[in-house]
Design a protein around this ligand. Structure first.
Ligand code: WQD
Length: 330
């Protein structure tokens, strides 16, 4: 198949590209390189530099002919979305509508959406299943919900079939050791822990240790990016086989606390990783854990690499290798 990955030069996109290439598909990558890296673009893929706000660019790229499009191009910093909702509205919502229009115009009728657990907001029960109420507590989560709801309408009115993949906390790096998907300016916990371990930052700020959890720190469901990537391939095959839309959670099903991550990271890296305990970050739920039984049932998907040891070890290996590379080239 010919699969177009929009945002495919990013952290997750690069791993998704590898998963499609590994099983023999032709991968196109459209990316504006605002956060993605040209060095992440895999050999053998067709690269197009462009922006989802540029509808003429979309016309040119979509005219190449694709069997499916995977939409991974979004701003994803929940905190930033509360300060600059206008750029999230434009890029995430208008940009996605531009993609949907390009699909209809060029008859690309299979759409895989990178969605997020942020659509749920504060959990009223755990683990979170797909029927859980959707009350996003940040504007980023709202943009993902708005895109999902638009896709429901375009399925109903125009027959555009989609699979929305609600990622929980994406983490880890390629298990075969390829240095894929390095992030320019990471904002999530685990990259920040590793930057502290490698010495790029003096300490880690722990946002709250007074939550009602085992050790008082926030609990999240970390899912390995290779597992996420496999789900995109399964979701595309699902659309080819069933031609029916679907929305599923992607998580490991187990929760890990910030403190557990710090302790395990100290063990794996052998580094001190100084941590400073500060106030809670507004909008952070105490605990988020996924039920992914629907993905297992409909996609035959199961997280294989999402144990915290593999996630932390593969991440540390990439940070070490990157540090060695920068020492050599400096
Ligand atoms: C994880 C835990 C923090 C940083 C966000 C988005 C979500 C998704 C994943 C895209 C929390 C704590 C963090 C730090 C800390 N993004 N933390 N110190 O907030 O669960 O989810 O990223 O889909 O939509 O909201 O991820 O990595 O920011 O935080 O203590 O410097 O680590 O409080 O408990 P989060 P995170």
């Amino acid at each position: 198949m010919r699969v177009l990955l929009v945002g495919g030069a990013g952290y997750i996109g690069t791993h998704v590209a590898l998963a499609f290439q590994d099983r023999g598909d032709t991968v196109g990558i459209l990316d504006n390189l605002s956060t993605g890296l040209k060095s992440n673009v895999l050999d053998g893929s067709e690269f197009y530099e462009g922006d989802i706000m540029d509808t003429q660019c979309l016309d040119r790229v979509f005219a190449k002919g694709w069997d499916a499009v995977v939409h991974l191009a979004a701003f994803k910093a929940a905190g930033e979305s509360m300060l600059k909702p206008e750029i999230y509205a434009t890029n995430n919502i208008t940009g996605s509508l531009n993609l949907i229009n390009a699909c209809l115009k060029h008859n690309v009728m299979r759409f895989i959406l990178s969605s997020s657990a942020a659509v749920y907001g504060e959990p009223v029960y755990l683990p979170l299943d797909e029927a859980h109420p959707k009350h996003p507590t940040n504007y980023y989560g709202y943009t993902k919900l708005a895109i999902e709801q638009n896709l429901e309408w375009f399925d109903r009115l125009k027959g555009l079939k989609f699979v929305a993949l609600r990622y929980f906390n994406a983490a880890g790096y390629d298990v075969s050791g390829k240095m894929l998907g390095l992030e320019k300016k990471p904002a999530n916990l685990i990259p920040l822990v590793m930057e502290t371990a490698i010495g790029k930052r003096p300490n880690l700020l722990v946002f709250g240790n007074d939550y009602p959890t085992s050790d008082g720190t926030g609990v999240r469901d970390y899912v390995h990016v290779t597992d996420l990537a496999d789900a995109h391939v399964s979701a595309t095959d699902y659309l080819v086989a069933k031609n029916t839309s679907l929305t599923v959670n992607l998580g490991s099903g187990s929760g890990v606390s910030v403190q557990e991550i710090i302790d395990k990271s100290r063990e794996i890296t052998g580094r001190d990783i100084p941590a400073q305990y500060v106030d809670r970050r507004p909008g952070d739920p105490a605990k988020l854990v996924a039920s992914s039984s629907l993905a297992e049932k409909e996609l035959g998907w199961k997280a294989r690499y999402s144990d915290i040891e593999t996630i932390l070890r593969t991440t540390w290996e990439v940070y070490l290798a990157d540090r060695k590379k920068s020492v050599i080239t400096s």
